[in-house]
Design a binder for this molecule. Structure first.
Ligand code: FES
Ligand SMILES: [Fe+2]
Length: 438
């Protein structure tokens, strides 16, 4: 249970807040590459950490992220013209480049020097594995770690996003809660795993002749081991199936606002929860394959069944009770909300309220990863406030050392579960064409 003050400290992310300052020390997802692709006008308004911005790709292919209000008279640059090496305001034609520098003020007298002193707010943008990341903090941007999702080739990654109608933190805390999968995502009947391509959580577990869904259903009371690492937390969830065999699930918290989990035998999911503002956020995910190249069209088609463009809003949401069907809840699924686990998670996150009231919660043993995460979160907020360098703000020397991390769902010997997941991760890497020798 937290005090109101503690809850506010870790949930509020506007520029003038301690957690907002901390989150701005890292690259944050701002859009999918897909959102600016396939159009001859790649310009889109975005809201990130409570700031209204416009993202665009200029005529030289450079990405820019600038403040949405024109610094001349305050009109909306999202309606601007993409031309002449920048974004031109539709009101009086002022032109801004990707760095926010004003290049032209065409209504001013010949020889005017006004634009030299006009700089629009602008943040650097980099592209990684289908996601555009922005750095909104002070000074030099940190280096990105060499995690699998960033070093895998484009052929082996797929990126997607979705809107969630609540504060970012409660969703991240759902993502690192290893107990909920046995309940929230319980299916009373298992699907044929060979039909599961691109679906979350429906594959066979490594080393067992059993779908993940069956193991989750039959072993709901896990032992959870949480370990501090240089990237955040490793969470190993153990479900003892017999004296000799234990189901081992290795998941990770990637500080500050992402987690990394196994999705199937071949694929992992790295997922950020990034505030639009304090009451809505987006999840952004990179799916990384250690086996065959991903079928991006198929994965996108599957996900667009649930999410509606252009804002990636889920079709099942609070306004239609997430498709809740009491008959289905009795016979097929724990929630009665269909087979897509994104819908289950969406309901769990949103039904806690816009910003979960943590003064009323009661954490148990099975929530130990959440407690551990809140400790490092508060530490990083303090470090930022005191002018220090919080966890995972990397320099170019340390970033390449941060690789992996392991994300495993398999069954191994009860007596050596640690050796088992390390070995399984090593063989997975050895078998992957792109990860070989890493
Ligand atoms: S308001 Fe943008 S150019 Fe005048
Ligand atoms: Fe979940």
């Amino acid at each position: 249970m937290l005090s109101q003050e503690q809850n506010d400290l870790i949930t509020r992310t506007a520029p003038d807040t301690p957690a907002g300052a901390m989150l701005r020390r890292y690259w944050q997802p701002v859009a999918l590459v897909d959102e600016l692709a396939g159009t001859n006008r790649p310009v889109k308004p975005v809201r990130l950490l409570g700031e209204d911005l416009v993202i665009f790709r200029d005529d030289k292919g450079r990405y820019g992220l600038v403040g949405r209000r024109c610094p001349h008279r305050g009109t909306d640059l999202a309606y601007g013209r993409l031309e002449d090496g920048g974004l031109r305001c539709a009101f009086h034609g002022w032109l801004f480049d990707v760095n926010g520098q004003c290049l032209q003020t065409p209504a001013e007298p010949d020889g005017s020097n006004l634009c030299a002193n006009i700089k629009q707010k602008a943040y650097p943008v980099v592209e990684r594995s289908g996601i555009l990341f922005a750095y909104m903090g002070p000074g030099e941007a940190p280096a990105l770690p060499h995690f699998d999702c960033f070093v895998a080739p484009d052929t082996h990654t797929f990126a997607f996003k979705g809107m969630i109608d609540c504060n970012w933190l409660q969703s991240l805390e759902v993502g690192i809660d290893p107990a909920h999968t046995s309940f929230l995502h319980r299916f009373f009947h298992d699907e044929d795993p060979s039909q599961s391509y691109g679906k979350m959580f429906r594959d066979t577990t490594i080393g067992a002749d059993m779908p993940m869904t069956r193991i989750m259903r039959e072993f709901p009371r896990p032992r959870i081991e949480v370990e501090s690492t240089e990237f955040g937390l490793r969470v190993v969830t153990l479900r003892e199936m017999s004296k000799d065999h234990t189901h081992v699930r290795v998941t990770n918290l990637l500080f500050p606002n992402a987690f990394h989990i196994p999705m199937s035998k071949e694929m992992t999911i790295t997922q950020w929860h990034v505030p639009i503002d304090d009451t809505r956020h987006y999840w952004y995910a990179i799916f990384t394959s250690f086996g065959q190249p991903v079928n991006k069209d198929e994965m996108r088609r599957q996900r667009l069944e649930l999410y509606e463009l252009p804002d990636y809003v889920p079709r099942r949401n609070k306004s239609n009770d997430y498709g809740f069907d009491p008959h289905e809840q009795e016979h097929d699924t724990f929630t009665g909300m269909g087979a897509d686990i994104n819908v289950h998670d969406q309901w769990a996150c949103e039904s806690m309220g816009t910003i979960q009231d943590r003064t009323q919660e009661h954490l148990g043993q099975s929530d130990k990863a959440i407690s551990a995460y809140r400790r490092i979160l508060r530490q990083a907020i303090d470090d930022t406030r005191n002018g220090g360098k919080p966890l995972m703000v990397l320099d170019p020397k340390t970033a390449p050392q941060l690789t992996g991390p392991a994300a495993i769902d398999g069954v191994g010997p009860t007596a050596d579960w640690q050796g088992y997941w390390q070995q399984t991760d090593a063989s997975k890497r050895k078998a992957a064409s792109w990860a070989n020798g890493r």
